[in-house]
Ligand binder design. Structure first.
Ligand code: UDP
Ligand code: MG
Length: 340
């Protein structure tokens, strides 16, 4: 794991050792980013513990304090001291939900990883059903919102439009009405950690990783306390990150405009040529318009060419793997034959 794992961090294990299966990883890690969630943290903790205890397997709950200013940090630290299953991770300031999640994923150790919002909008009691799907062979089970309780008309329609646009331009389809809420196998998490890109849109990255992914429908509840930390400004920033992380189309737009400008130029100049031969006069305005379109077309074409290079640079700097091999199937004897 490169950049994400080498990020600077000071580990304080609290009073007791974390909840670990003998010599190995816990069966499950729950990762929850928390930004100013002090009021709801106890309820969240109780609910998650209840569901995890019922599994009868080892688990840890990784709470990432994303630079909260309301006592979340102290409450998390208390929980970590009193309960060995809790791992409290403090970020040095507010980095935003996506990076808080990246931090949580880099610290968690479970064979399976469940991402939850700390406001109980993602119901933890779906866990057994999600687990059943993993046991049937899925690598990722993502929560898909059937309904959105307590969300404004604006948020719902902007989400609808966002997924429509995203899936029109994205090179990887992203399932609509999802959030970070999902259960993933370790191999998927390891792939995510090997992708150090700074502008993260986790839903898209998980889709990009591939493997077997299945939805599970649920009704999204209201926030049980506090209010959303995603005003329009942050939603817009996330949407831009999503599009830029999954699509090169915006960089190619100039090319399409160039084509239109060139066609306009051709039509105008053809018309000028026709006039010249048929009546010996040319409409000066039309000729100027044609030449102007041609010039704009050339500029747009240059932008498009630059865009192609920038797109390639962007892709290279993301540092994603070229491909991810899920498995290799061959007859055991075949290896021996080629080796001899
Ligand atoms: N969150 C975070 N950092 C931020 C904003 C939010 O860690 O800068 C956490 C927040 O505590 C919550 C989750 O991300 O657990 C989702 O945030 P929120 O509920 O505000 O978003 P919404 O559900 O309204 O989309
Ligand atoms: Mg929420």
């Amino acid at each position: 794991f490169n950049a994400l794992q080498t990020g600077r961090c000071r580990v304080d294990n609290g009073a007791r050792a974390p909840h670990r299966e003998e010599g190995g990883r816990p069966f499950l890690s729950v990762v929850a980013p928390c930004y100013n969630e002090a009021d709801g943290l106890d309820t969240f903790y109780r609910e998650v513990r209840k569901v995890c205890d019922a599994l009868g397997r080892t688990y840890e709950i990784v709470l990432v304090n994303d630079g909260s200013t309301d006592g979340t940090r102290e409450r998390m630290q208390q929980l970590a001291r009193s309960d060995a299953a809790i791992v409290a991770v403090n970020l040095s300031r507010n980095f935003g939900q996506e990076r808080a999640l990246a931090a949580g994923l880099s610290v968690c150790r479970g064979e399976l990883v469940l991402i939850l919002d700390a406001d109980l909008q993602d119901p933890p009691d779906l866990l057994p059903r999600m687990l059943a799907r993993i046991e049937e062979g899925a690598d990722v089970v993502y929560g898909q919102r059937r309904s959105r309780e307590g969300e404004t008309w604006f948020k719902r329609s902007s989400a609808w439009l966002f997924y429509l646009l995203l899936n029109t331009v994205s090179e990887t389809p992203v399932p609509r009405n999802t959030g970070p809420f999902r259960l993933m196998r370790r191999r998927v998490v390891d792939e995510l950690l090997s992708m150090p890109e700074p502008q993260r849109f986790l839903r898209g990255l998980v889709s990009w990783v591939g493997f077997t992914q299945e939805p599970i429908l649920y009704d999204r509840q209201r926030r049980h306390t506090g209010q959303t930390h995603f005003p329009v400004r942050k939603m817009w920033a996330l949407a831009c990150d999503a599009v830029c992380s999954l699509s090169r189309l915006p960089l190619r737009l100039a090319g399409w405009f160039a084509l239109v400008a060139m066609l306009v130029m051709a039509a105008a100049l053809l018309r000028c040529g026709y006039d010249w031969f048929s009546s010996g006069t040319v409409d000066g305005w039309l000729a100027a318009f044609g030449l102007l379109s041609g010039l704009s077309g050339m500029q747009l074409l240059s932008l498009h060419i630059l865009g192609e290079y920038v797109g390639r640079i962007a892709e290279q700097t993301r540092g994603r793997p070229l491909f991810i091999i899920e498995s290799v199937v061959r007859q055991p004897a075949a290896a021996g034959v080629t080796a001899e």
